[in-house]
Design a protein around this ligand. Structure first.
Ligand SMILES: *Cc1c(COP(=O)(O)O)cnc(C)c1O
Length: 228
């Protein structure tokens, strides 16, 4: 099946999930995750109305930036190494994976050099999985307090990756917890706003929409299975 048809189905499923939750589907942004996706397929997605692309590796992202239209909004969704920050700052719409103060300081420093402000989401490891990056819910309040000192980093929300499970209902509490954290901590720390929730992937996006996500990171649902 083609990218256009896949997107059509995804949008329909988002619309239905939003309706179940009494939400306006227009407030939910679909970020097409393009890791390992060839450029012609990405162009199909852009033609079908996608404006936001997500990558988890800096090198792959910068290579694709060179081949795709300048108007595309890029999202860094994977763990970011400090030595790669210079390739990202000034070039991305949003960093979804702020997971350490060390990283945040480097983003701040590089943003200052370029005279830009970098928007970012704090990645939270809600489920406490060993294999995942992100700050723990318990660390989050202090982390936000530390971030407020960084004038070139604009924190605007939270992101999480739910554990992979057969039945997405099982991860509903993960999404619910991220939303609860955002509500509880938004406005508590000057300059730190938590208006956005990046949660929901191919396997679980409808549940994420029902639980308040406004940014879905979708790869497989749009482009089909990745070949590793
Ligand atoms: C790969 C990836 C996605 C998309 O995964 P799918 O299951 O293919 O939709 C979303 N978020 C992150 C951080 C990823 O690395």
């Amino acid at each position: 099946m083609g990218v256009r048809e896949n997107l059509h189905r995804v949008r329909e499923r988002v619309r239905l999930a939003a309706a179940r939750a009494g939400r306006d589907p227009r407030e939910i942004k679909i970020i097409a995750v393009t890791k390992q996706v060839p450029v012609p397929s990405i162009k199909e997605a852009l033609k079908a109305g996608i404006a936001d692309l997500g990558e988890n590796r800096v090198q792959e992202m910068t290579a694709k930036m060179a081949e795709l239209p300048a108007g595309v909004r890029w999202h860094m969704i994977g763990h970011l190494q400090t030595n790669k920050v210079k390739h990202v700052v000034g070039r991305v719409e949003l960093v979804h994976s702020l997971d350490s103060l060390h990283l945040a300081r480097e983003i701040d420093r590089r943003s200052g050099r370029l005279g830009v402000v970098t928007r970012a989401l704090v990645q939270v490891n809600v489920a406490g999985e060993e294999s995942k990056f992100g700050v723990s819910p318990a660390e989050l309040p202090d982390f936000l307090v530390a971030l407020q000192e960084l004038e070139r980093v604009e924190v605007c929300g939270l992101m999480t990756i739910a554990p992979y499970v057969e039945d997405p209902e099982e991860v509903r509490p993960v999404f619910r917890e991220l939303r609860r954290l955002a509500r509880r901590l938004d406005g508590r720390v000057p300059r730190v706003r938590l208006n956005h929730l990046s949660m929901g992937m191919t396997n679980d996006f409808e549940v994420a929409v029902e639980e308040g996500s406004d940014m879905l990171r979708l790869g497989t649902a749009i482009f089909g299975a990745r070949i590793y």
